[in-house]
Design a protein around this ligand. Structure first.
Ligand code: SAM
Length: 295
């Protein structure tokens, strides 16, 4: 497969031969601390772009472009791509080589967790919603996703490769062992849907775990009415920090919250829930109701 831009033709990177050629040309060594596992499967790359619903109207934020493999596909499909990469050794590869012939990409050498993404969306897309697409560094999956949602960055959807187990945690409801604070937080902001399961052979180097692509489509309106979002999430955190304890004890033990066991008991009774219920049994709507009742 070939991509053409500015009169040049270049071989795409989504295969082992072209990827190794670029890495060797620059004498690049993988940095484990940055979670570097580069995609080498064209089918998966095309699937990600398709599932993200990228069109020529879209401004896309890519977190961790690596050597620019997925970035090439994004540049072909989107209006504009902003690619944020922490590893300075990858920047010359991107600017001089793999993305040199694209005029719709902006490469930023920074840590995504330190960047003001709201400002970036304002500057690059006039504050209109962007799409986020990434093969995420697995060591910071949760802070990246929660940071995007909690800081209210204008977003349509987030389509990302993550560890399969983490993708499953985002999607499940009460009554399963994977259900937890991440499931509730993600589902408060978005509709999660696993769209592909990806084996280790699709990456160089191979990760030790299976991966999955998950699409999080942002709700237009929050699915529950909650008076104090911060307090609800503090209750959720308390419930799952001490998963084996009853909810009233977990809430009572939380240094973040100041509620007595009695006030929790009264609220649970009002909701028709048993006095000894554990947090893992409650739905998002029930956590919202409990938070509203506690005031
Ligand atoms: N997108 C490429 C691909 O699919 O082949 C690379 C994906 S690799 C799993 C993750 C990338 O995120 C690496 O290039 C890594 O250097 C970069 N990265 C790690 N931590 C980062 C951070 N805090 N901010 C920005 N990029 C980061």
């Amino acid at each position: 497969m070939l991509f053409c831009r500015k009169g040049n033709t270049m071989a795409t990177l989504g295969n082992p031969t072209n990827t190794m050629a670029v890495l060797n040309r620059y004498g690049f060594s993988f940095q484990k601390k940055y979670g570097q596992n580069f995609l080498i499967d064209r089918g998966i790359l095309e699937k990600i772009i398709r599932e993200a619903g990228i069109t020529k109207e879209d401004t896309v934020l890519e977190i961790g472009p690596g050597i620019g493999t997925m970035t090439q596909y994004l540049c072909e499909g989107a209006k504009k791509v902003i690619a944020v990469e922490i590893d300075k050794n990858l920047i010359p590869i991107l600017t001089e080589d793999t993305l040199a012939s694209y005029d719709n990409v902006k490469i930023i050498n920074d840590d995504i967790l330190k960047l003001d993404i709201n400002r970036l969306a304002e500057e690059e897309n006039g504050g209109k919603p962007i799409k986020v697409v990434a093969n995420l560094p697995y060591y910071i999956t949760t802070p990246i996703i929660m940071g995007l949602f909690e800081s209210h960055v204008p977003i349509d959807s987030v389509t990302v490769m993550v560890q399969k187990e983490v993708a499953e945690r985002m999607q499940v409801g009460p009554g399963t062992k994977d259900y937890g604070a991440l499931s509730l937080a993600v589902q408060y902001y978005a509709i999660p849907e696993i769209v592909a399961v990806v084996p280790p052979e699709c990456f160089i180097p191979r990760p030790n775990v299976s991966s999955a692509v998950i699409r999080l489509t942002r709700h237009n309106k929050a699915p529950v009415d909650v008076k104090n979002e911060k307090q609800m999430f503090a209750i959720i955190r308390a419930a799952f920090n001490q998963r084996r304890k009853t909810l009233k004890n977990s809430i009572n033990n939380s240094p973040e919250l100041g509620f007595s066991k009695e006030s929790v008991e009264t609220a649970l009774e009002h909701m028709g829930l048993p006095d000894a219920v554990r947090g893992e049994k409650l739905t998002l709507a029930q956590f919202a109701e409990l938070s509203n009742l506690l005031g």
